[in-house]
Design a protein around this ligand. Structure first.
Ligand code: DGL
Length: 272
């Protein structure tokens, strides 16, 4: 049972290493417009992908503690890297409230959708190195073959706004070639930054490959979980997300517009 001070009106806490998790905020807002969202982006310490497990686990605990001060009714880990390497740390820091990670949601959706049983997964070095996606997909169906590829340059390209850019195309062709050659029928965007590059990735993958965006999968899971607990917000308001960041880089306003398609609301700076 959720904590006594928690009510259906309490916010949903969402965090990522930086701005990538805003793709999850967008999907949750679209699926559950009455929910209040509090988002923490660890913009001072992004990227997490190339860092060690010890560091990622420490950051995961600190990020959760920042959100817990706002008494959320649940936490969404909108970072595949943290979902892969530190979900248990988040669950422990969250205490009694439920935690959903993008990774499991994406793995479940991919295994339901794949017809051929050959699934490609792309993500950060830490996510792919952990093998967590392959394990989560094979937990759903041990017969599925998972072909994984780390795509470390995609995060800086997305943050640079290189969405329809020749440099991104070159990099994406290089990264995706072995996956396409492996005759996958499903490709999981195993990093919350990647939906920004989805149309480029889809055009290189071709029409025969179904692209899975774990942001949408996590939004569906969130609705089901809150409904089962009687914790859906009964309001009708479509509030702006409450944004917390650990640094306010110059490009933040521009990046927010790019990821969310709306103007930046007020932002609160928090120390890490
Ligand atoms: N958005 C993070 C993820 O989903 C990756 C970005 C990073 O490397 O910090 O894994």
């Amino acid at each position: 049972m959720p904590h006594a001070r928690i009510s259906p009106e309490s916010p949903i806490g969402i965090f990522d290493s930086g701005i990538g998790g805003l793709t999850v905020v967008k999907a949750v807002q679209a699926a559950l417009p009455a929910e209040r969202i509090i988002y923490f982006g660890d913009t001072a310490r992004v990227p997490y992908g190339p860092k060690s497990q010890v560091t990622i686990r420490r950051y995961a605990r600190e990020d959760t503690e920042i959100l817990m001060k706002h008494q959320p009714k649940m936490i969404i880990v909108a970072c595949n890297t943290v979902s892969a390497l530190a979900l248990d740390v988040v669950e422990e820091a969250a205490g009694e409230i439920p935690v959903i990670g993008v990774l499991k949601a994406g793995a479940e959706l991919a295994s339901r959708r794949s017809g051929s049983g050959r699934i490609g997964v792309i993500g950060t070095q830490a996510t792919i190195g952990s093998n967590a996606y392959a394990c989560a997909i094979q937990e759903e169906d041990p017969a599925i073959e998972v072909i994984s590829k780390a795509c470390p340059l995609f995060v800086p390209l997305a943050e640079e706004g290189f969405i329809d850019h020749a440099a991104t195309r070159l990099v994406a062709e290089e990264y995706l070639a072995p996956l396409v050659a492996s005759r996958i029928d499903t490709l999981v965007l195993g990093c919350t930054h990647y939906p920004i590059l989805k149309s480029m990735i889809a055009s290189i993958a071709g029409p025969g490959i179904d692209i899975i965006d774990s942001a949408e999968a996590v939004a569906d899971k969130t609705r089901a979980l809150l409904a089962a607990q009687g914790m859906l917000n009964p309001g009708t308001g479509a509030a702006m997300p409450h944004l917390l960041v650990s640094d306010l880089p110059q490009k933040f306003r521009e990046l927010y517009r790019l990821f969310m398609g709306t103007e930046l609301p007020d932002v609160e700076l928090v120390g890490v």
